[in-house]
Design a protein around this ligand. Structure first.
Ligand code: OOG
Ligand code: MG
Length: 254
């Protein structure tokens, strides 16, 4: 049986080398608590390599994502500095294993949060809202995982792109959201597909961060989770995310 440190090291190397590994749960059972411990150790390796913690991401906040991946519980992961890719830039496709993209909403934290907040309170702690594109790249073969596997793998995170920040006065109710690849709409939904209200995802982030003792600091980004299913993306394609009333985001895969 591998220790949690060994599993974290294996996942860390898989990401660095862009080489998939077998699902942990097929080799040995791990609990959800152990999965979050593995994630924490994995992130510590990145921080030791000079990265900084810049935010949190929520996952499986929409029915579309839960159906697509067969995982039906909220998950959360950590965002580190190397994951943030500037809007309208290019990215090298061969640094990924089997990248997928998904349209999201990102929040910027305006003051430190040190406890659980409900969806009306949390608004007062946010100073910007933006459309975002997340790139996910499960370290597991065939993008297949259990709840514990995906948590240990920092929720498949590898990169994200954020559009221009808009004021929080912006209503986030019922906004059309689209994912395009090479200008063709490949998935669409609404901001309400994110827990009926994206602010609820943020409230859940404050609850989970409090539960796991991870402080949410001023300046951090919080990704609310995809509104639609994710789509594979390949070299020589451009992926974009549109959220009605927000500035769109785009990334070219070369
Ligand atoms: C896990 C990550 C889920 C989301 O937005 O729901 C996620 C995956 O689908 O590989 O990022
Ligand atoms: Mg996501």
């Amino acid at each position: 049986m591998a220790s949690i440190q060994e599993i974290a090291e294996t996942l860390h190397q898989a990401a660095l080398q862009a080489k998939p590994i077998p699902q942990i749960s097929l080799v040995q059972p791990i609990s959800l608590t152990q999965a979050y411990e593995i994630q924490k150790i994995l992130i510590q390796y990145r921080l030791d390599d000079g990265e900084t913690l810049i935010g949190l991401k929520m996952g499986f906040t929409s029915e579309a994502k839960m159906q697509q991946m067969g995982v039906h519980d909220l998950i959360w992961g950590r965002l580190t500095s190397s994951m943030l890719i500037p809007n309208n830039h290019i990215t090298q496709t061969n640094r990924y294993i089997h990248p997928r993209v998904e349209p999201e909403i990102c929040f910027r934290v305006g003051k430190d949060i040190d406890g659980e907040l409900d969806e009306t309170e949390v608004i007062n702690y946010i100073d910007g809202v933006a459309a975002a594109l997340e790139i996910i790249d499960s370290r597991y073969q065939n993008f297949k995982f259990s709840l514990e596997d995906v948590v240990a793998d920092n929720c498949s995170s590898i990169g994200f792109v954020v559009g221009d920040w808009m004021p929080v006065s912006q209503s986030l109710k019922n906004l059309n959201m689209e994912l395009r690849i090479d200008h063709k709409i490949v998935a669409y939904g609404s901001s309400n597909d994110i827990m009926n209200n994206p602010w609820k995802s943020l409230s859940a982030a404050t609850r989970l961060a409090t539960q796991y003792g991870e402080p949410i600091k001023k300046g951090m980004f919080i990704m609310a989770g995809a509104a639609t299913n994710a789509e594979f993306v390949f070299a020589n394609q451009t992926a974009s995310a549109f959220v009605e009333t927000l500035e769109s985001v785009s990334l070219q895969f070369i």
